[in-house]
Design a protein around this ligand. Structure first.
Ligand code: FES
Length: 56
């Protein structure tokens, strides 16, 4: 599903960034560009990343 509509970023892409070595929400943000526009996706995106980091 799309998490960030502005940048067309899916939950899958966020989890992929963690698999590829991102170790924080800030790193995932940098890698994907997620939340770089309106910012409305930040809460949801961060929760997905935190969950992925825990299970990684
Ligand atoms: Fe992600 Fe707007 S929905 S920056």
């Amino acid at each position: 599903m799309f998490v960030c509509l502005c940048r067309k970023i899916t939950d899958h892409q966020l989890r992929n960034a963690v698999s590829e070595g991102a170790r924080s929400w800030q790193e995932v943000r940098r890698m994907t560009g997620c939340s770089g526009q309106c910012g409305k996706c930040a809460c949801t995106a961060e929760s997905i990343v935190e969950e992925a980091l825990l299970s990684h």
